[in-house]
Design a protein around this ligand. Sequence first.
Ligand SMILES: [Zn+2]
Length: 229
Amino acid sequence: MSISRTVNISCPSCGTQQDVQLYDAINVEAEPELKDALMLNQLNRVECSDCDLSFRVDLPLLYNDPANNVLIHWVPETEEASREEILEEFDRSMEQMNEMMPADAEMPKVRLVTSRVELVELIFLIEAELNHRVVEYIKYSIYTRNMESTNPQKFRLLLNVQDSTDEEFCFVKQDVESQQLGEILRYGRTSYDSMCELHEENPEEFLDMFPGPCISARNVLIEDEELDR
Ligand SMILES: [Zn+2]
């Protein structure tokens, strides 16, 4: 089931108030059109009735994909809520959820992202049946080999599944602050395949590195850097 509510929103440009319907949770099996809206950057988008400004309202969103047994929480990073606070709060609610679940219930995979681009990337990864931890491991190695040009504090690496081919993956560099997409980095598919074999032999190693719910090489690198300080 998808959950929405009516919220009174002021236009950030002209201040006009209007009641709009915003989604807190979407079930993409029951309502695939909501997934399409999300992918097209139209979900929770408001058109001002007065000045015609179009703007997106970012609220925490639960993306429920029962067919793939996955729940993705998008908790937008804001000035009030840092990444660290979001993770702590999330761990607490996960513990509560685990306590409430019957012991024999099949737990959905739970993921956490803090931006819409990461949510969209993850949806593509899941649908292409790619191994998320292996993909993040590849990003980790791209970051560490290019620390000067691809500083994780400044840049996000996103796998562009649509532009990737059978031969190579296409990663795109995004400037976190300006959101601008930049350089494309290519990575051989055969290296990914052999990394998947490593994952099969020794999944614990990848799990140790990316325990979740936020599986992100960028996060790991930023946390390491903060610990070094
Ligand atoms: Zn307006």
